[in-house]
Design a protein around this ligand. Structure first.
Ligand code: ADP
Ligand code: MG
Length: 284
């Protein structure tokens, strides 16, 4: 049986000094009102992310992952509970956040070139031209798209389009980057490349990342921490530290016995959740 370490909460940091949470989700509940009645998408979610963490949130389809991200991003109000960013309640899209959605095809403007797409949020922020140019160049470089700044999104492959969406988020220099199953629609090889890209960008920028996926392997490979959601009614089933080496690569990391153990553990937790085993009281 795998000994899994439950992630430390924000108030038990090393040395007794509380590490302040960057992002706090507190008792979040979301009920949709529909013509057919009420749909409880999320029952009660509580967790914290500390500055610079790379956490994956994994849960079955329909468990409310997108609903949660929309609440965190201030695009939708929770029915109960709250989201705090640096201690301030989120009530609309915060400036410090960027979101990369699954449907990149719909998030890029087809009539704008790659460069303009990446530059747009900076322009809207009133960032001066020289600074904009520098940030866009750096972001395109970081995602390996320096060679196609003048292309239109529709001229690029799916994986490249998703990299444009990532470059746009990176250029914006967010403190928190939310990603909602961003690689679900690309092929396996591209997906592996994009996973490595996210870890590289995270290391370089020190940004706090919450990466949502339904793919167990992906959550373990990418995350420094994995928050496992139960199936509906959704709560946090478990919250584990991924104690794999910092330097990861697709071949060697996935071949580690520890990778297999962690993967097995996450899988088992999701199966338990499906069978209705609720988490222990200590894990909220
Ligand atoms: P996930 O992203 O984990 O697949 P979602 O957050 O998309 O889950 O959906 C969670 C639940 O909420 C599902 O049962 C879904 O059908 C329902 N749901 C999502 N969005 C809406 C909406 N706008 N109106 C009504 N029900 C919704
Ligand atoms: Mg979703």
């Amino acid at each position: 049986m795998l000994v899994s370490e439950t992630s430390a909460s924000a108030d038990d940091a090393v040395g007794g000094t509380p590490a302040p949470a960057m992002l706090s989700v507190r008792g979040l509940k979301k009920v949709y009102q529909t013509d057919g009645g009420e749909i409880e998408a999320v029952r009660n979610l509580t967790f914290d992310l500390r500055p610079g963490e790379l956490a994956c949130l994994v849960g079955p389809s329909g468990s409310g992952k997108t609903t949660l991200l929309k609440c965190i991003a201030g695009l939708m109000a929770p029915t109960e509970g709250e989201v705090l960013l640096d201690g301030t309640r989120v009530s609309g899209p915060p400036k410090k956040m960027a979101v990369v959605f699954q449907e990149y095809g719909r998030s890029l403007f087809p009539w704008m070139r790659v460069r303009q797409n990446v530059e747009l949020p900076l322009k809207n922020q009133g960032v001066p031209k020289a600074e904009r140019d520098r940030l866009v160049d750096e972001a395109l470089e970081a995602v390996g798209l320096s060679h196609v700044p003048q292309s239109y999104p529709w001229q690029l492959s799916g994986g490249m389009q998703q990299r444009v969406a990532i470059a746009r988020a990176v250029a914006y220099q967010p403190e928190v980057l939310l990603m909602d199953e961003p690689f679900a629609a690309v092929d396996a090889q591209t997906r592996a490349d994009l996973e490595d890209l996210i870890r590289a960008v995270w290391k370089k920028l020190g940004v706090t990342v919450l990466f949502v996926t339904h793919d167990i392997d992906e959550s373990v490979y990418l995350g420094e921490r994995v928050i496992i959601l139960s199936s509906s009614p959704t709560v946090v089933q478990e919250d584990i530290i991924i104690d794999l080496p910092q330097e990861r690569d697709q071949l060697n990391t996935r071949a580690l016995p520890r990778f297999t153990e962690l993967r097995h553990h996450v899988y088992e937790q999701i199966q338990l959740a499906k069978k209705g085993h609720r988490p222990a009281a200590s894990v909220s």
